[in-house]
Ligand binder design. Structure first.
Ligand code: HGY
Ligand code: MN
Ligand code: MN
Length: 401
């Protein structure tokens, strides 16, 4: 299918402009909240909005919004968008594909002469990955009140910098951080486009899919204490080595996950003092646990009760509204074949909006590697453009008279 030239070139230009921001030599991305990379991404977002004559506002939770039309004058609008931050060593598509596709979809609608019956908004949510301060979807959870602002401001990163300090150093006002009912009132419907984090669309041989739901998932912190001592002079039977407990934790979590049909990952560990020749005094480890069934997640975590895990982030199961998903699947699909529905174990701001009671849907774009949260994450350009066309068709359907 031919795609109007203007949209194609703006998609390519935006992608090329974003690509170098926060990319490391190995091709992975480091785009953490309230850092220099975040500031560059925010500048990029504001420039794209200005280029299209869209107003650009930042809400009290630090999320950016660009508007085509005025939701305060013309009523709540249809919002699309995603996030621009990444996990450490993340891929290029997780988040940014949704934001670039949103601007490109507006370009396509305008190129087609479309006049929306209600405002269309584009959002870039702050700190969706929670990579620096530990809580997933911090920006959308703060916005909707799902994350208490006192807790958010006190979150600390690996260097002990609080979120409040990081926001202040980034030039924003930490004192005004919090829920934003006004920003939320402007959203009638939210549709997030995201690269698929799996190979469902490869198996279905389709470029675009629609989310039926998001698995329940959470993050727990475990603190293991030991007795610091010399690696070369402490007999084995006189050691209290928390690394041994960490090894047990990881094995027990893995076995419990396999037993309960869940996924359990320990991907982040902090060792103190982290010396090659020193038995650690403390190890902190983070467990990420998810499953289609919520009971399976709780069953895995309860098998780790002996390690007294502390919950840091929890997202309940998301089952998107079936009628809205079907409407989006029809708009985003082919004339004779609606886009296929598939669920996901990956969390998204869309899940937070759904939990806040806002009609929400998601579009997925095929990822031939199925890999995400790694440099190998990928989507073919033709599939990305198919995603833009699907998103534009969805926005047109949701803003038709
Ligand atoms: O962790 C997740 O599933 C998402 O990428 N924040
Ligand atoms: Mn992610
Ligand atoms: Mn994401």
């Amino acid at each position: 299918m031919t795609t109007p030239a203007r949209m194609t070139s703006t998609f390519d230009t935006m992608w090329a402009e974003l690509e170098p921001i926060g990319r490391s030599a190995d091709g992975g991305y480091h785009r953490f909240a309230w850092t220099a990379e975040d500031a560059a991404l925010r500048e990029w977002f504001a420039a794209e909005a200005a280029r299209r004559g869209m107003s650009c506002v930042v809400d009290r939770a630090g999320n950016q919004w660009a508007w085509w039309g005025d939701p305060d004058a013309d009523g709540p609008g249809v919002v699309t968008g995603s996030h621009l931050d990444s996990v450490p060593g993340g891929g290029a598509f997780d988040g940014p594909l949704g934001v670039v596709s949103a601007f490109a979809a507006v370009d396509l609608l305008r190129e087609q002469g479309w006049t929306p019956s209600r405002p269309i908004g584009i959002a870039a949510f702050a700190d969706e990955e929670g990579a620096r301060f530990g809580v997933a979807c911090t920006g959308s959870r703060l916005l909707t009140g799902a994350l208490p602002v006192e807790r958010a401001l006190a979150l600390t990163d690996a260097d002990g910098v609080t979120l409040a300090e990081a926001v202040t150093r980034a030039g924003s006002d930490a004192a005004s951080l919090g829920p934003d009912a006004e920003a939320l009132r402007r959203v009638a419907t939210f549709v997030e486009l995201h690269v698929e984090q799996g190979r469902g669309l490869i198996h279905l041989d389709r470029p675009v899919g629609v989310a039926s739901g998001i698995w329940p998932h959470g993050r727990w912190r475990v603190t293991l204490t030991g007795a610091a001592n010399h690696a070369g002079t402490t007999p084995l039977d006189e050691r209290r080595d928390p690394m041994l407990d960490l090894a047990t934790l990881i094995q027990v979590a893995r076995q419990a996950a396999a037993q309960h049909g869940a996924l359990a990952t320990v991907g982040k560990v902090e060792v103190t003092p982290n010396g090659v020749n020193a038995i650690p005094s403390q190890v902190r480890a983070w467990l990420d646990c998810r499953a289609r069934e919520e009971a399976a997640v709780h069953a895995v975590v309860s098998e780790l009760a002996g390690f007294t895990p502390t919950g840091e982030s929890w997202t309940p199961p998301t089952v998107f509204d079936a009628a809205l998903a079907a409407r989006v699947a029809a708009a985003a699909g082919e004339p004779d074949a609606p886009a296929p529905l598939l669920d996901t174990g990956a969390g998204h701001d869309a899940g937070i909006f759904h939990a806040a009671g806002i009609p929400t849907a998601m579009l997925f774009v095929r990822n031939p590697t199925g890999i995400s949260h790694a440099p190998a994450e990928f989507a073919e350009r033709d599939d990305c453009l198919a995603g833009v066309r699907a998103l534009a068709a969805t926005l047109a359907n949701l803003t038709s008279k």
